[in-house]
Design a protein around this ligand. Structure first.
Ligand SMILES: Nc1nc2c(ncn2[C@@H]2O[C@H](COP(=O)(O)OP(=O)(O)OP(=O)(O)O)[C@@H](O)[C@H]2O)c(=O)[nH]1
Ligand SMILES: [Mg+2]
Length: 92
C-alpha cells in the first residue's frame, strides 16, 4: 500500500477568534456547539482528497493542531496536584 502524504497545520491566534470552531468544522464537517477554552493544544485529524475527481487526485492525512490562545497553562507538580498558572508574560 502506498504511503499517504502527511500535512501538519498549526492553527494559531488570540483566544476567542474561533480556532477550535474552525478546526472542528474542518475535521468533522459539523459545527461545534459550545467550545470551551483550549488549554494547551488539541489535535484533530482528517483524510483530505486533494483535487478529488481529477487525474491529479492525492490523498493527504492532515493533522490540525489547535493551539490555545489564552495565557493559561495547566501544569502538574510532583505531588500530582493540578495547578493552573496564569503567566501574564507568556508568549507562544
Ligand atoms: N459570530 C461568530 N462566532 C464565532 C465564530 N467562530 C467561533 N465563534 C464563537 O467564538 C467563541 C470562541 O470560539 P473558539 O473556537 O472557542 O475560539 P478559540 O480561538 O479556539 O479560543 P481559545 O481556545 O481560547 O484559544 C465561541 O463562542 C464560538 O461559538 C464565527 O465565525 N462567527
Ligand atoms: Mg480553542
Amino acid at each position: 500500500m502506498a504511503a499517504i502524504d502527511r500535512v501538519r497545520v498549526m492553527v494559531l491566534g488570540d483566544s476567542g477568534v474561533g480556532k477550535t470552531s474552525f478546526v472542528h468544522l474542518a475535521a468533522n464537517n459539523e459545527p461545534v456547539r459550545a467550545p470551551g477554552w483550549t488549554i494547551g493544544c488539541s489535535v484533530e485529524v482528517k483524510l483530505h482528497e486533494y483535487k478529488e475527481g481529477t487525474p491529479g487526485q492525492v490523498t493527504y492525512f492532515i493533522e490540525l493542531w489547535d493551539v490555545g490562545g489564552s495565557e493559561i497553562i495547566v501544569t502538574r507538580d510532583m505531588s500530582s496536584t493540578t495547578l493552573v498558572t496564569v503567566l501574564s508574560s507568556f508568549m507562544i
